[in-house]
Design a protein. Structure first.
Length: 260
């Protein structure tokens, strides 16, 4: 049994390799997009209870996969025991902690919109450029499958909240995302300082771009993440406008009556 799990969670269980923007990468992106779009369309006309059930399921998947990772990491040769880097000091991992709170605690409804936008934004940014999971591993090794699935579930949870109307966005309130990002910056800096050891949570300690010096990374990261949030807002309103236009075109026209 131990040998089976060692093989299952190994980086060496296949000769296949995944690389940035290759077929395997696009496969994961396509599955995520299909899952989000297909379920959004399927449940759009269902009852509000059915919609809430789907959202709750994906909230459970997010926190469940995040917690399970700490138990599985020691079984995988991708890690040396439990990885400190998986602690909640990056945006994506912080979302794993916040999602169940905003989903199941009505007192935190006021910040749910921010968590939803950051969940969609951070997961989408990671899936488009998953640098931490592209080291020549097999496409279905544990480290690849777990990280892609976690971000896919996080992305879908956010999308369903938006598409089912559980959260509505307003450009007048986009400043809240900026405040949350700045708070995340402080939180990540705290983690980098306390844990040390070359930690680079939120990519603010050392540059991930060879053409940028380390010192400019904090403002660059804030700009990139907030800019991505702005794009998510734009996509949200564009898709909503297209959907409403389609509904109007297919709505039955009322028969006009002539008074006699």
């Amino acid at each position: 049994m131990k040998d089976f799990f060692a093989w299952l969670f190994s980086e060496n269980n296949s000769e296949l390799k995944i690389a940035l923007f290759d077929g395997w990468h696009f496969l994961y992106l396509s599955v995520t997009a299909f899952l989000a779009i297909f379920l959004s369309l399927i449940f759009k006309k269902r009852s509000e209870e059915a919609k809430d059930r789907v959202i709750r399921i994906f909230a459970y998947l997010v926190i469940g996969l995040y917690v399970a990772d700490f138990f599985i990491m020691p079984l995988s040769d991708s890690y040396s025991g439990i990885s400190t880097y998986k602690l909640p000091f990056n945006v994506c991992t912080v979302m794993a902690v916040l999602v169940p709170f905003v989903q199941f605690n009505k007192r935190l409804e006021r910040i749910k919109g921010v968590v939803v936008v950051l969940s969609v934004t951070s997961s989408l940014m990671w899936m488009c450029y998953p640098g931490s999971a592209l080291g020549g591993q097999p496409p279905f090794s544990y480290i690849i499958f777990q990280t892609f699935m976690y971000h896919a579930f996080l992305f879908c949870w956010g999308v369903f909240n938006l598409s089912f109307g559980r959260v509505t966005l307003s450009f007048k309130k986009i400043w809240r995302e900026l405040v949350a990002i700045l708070m995340m910056l402080v939180w990540a800096a705290f983690g980098n300082t306390v844990y040390g050891g070359g930690m680079n949570w939120f990519f603010i300690e050392s540059s991930i771009f060879p053409f940028l010096p380390d010192k400019v990374m904090p403002p660059v990261v804030v700009f990139c993440v907030f800019g991505s949030c702005f794009i998510v807002y734009c996509l949200y309103f564009a898709i909503r406008a297209i959907y409403r236009s389609a509904e109007k075109r297919h709505a039955p026209k009322e028969n006009s009556t002539v008074a006699i």
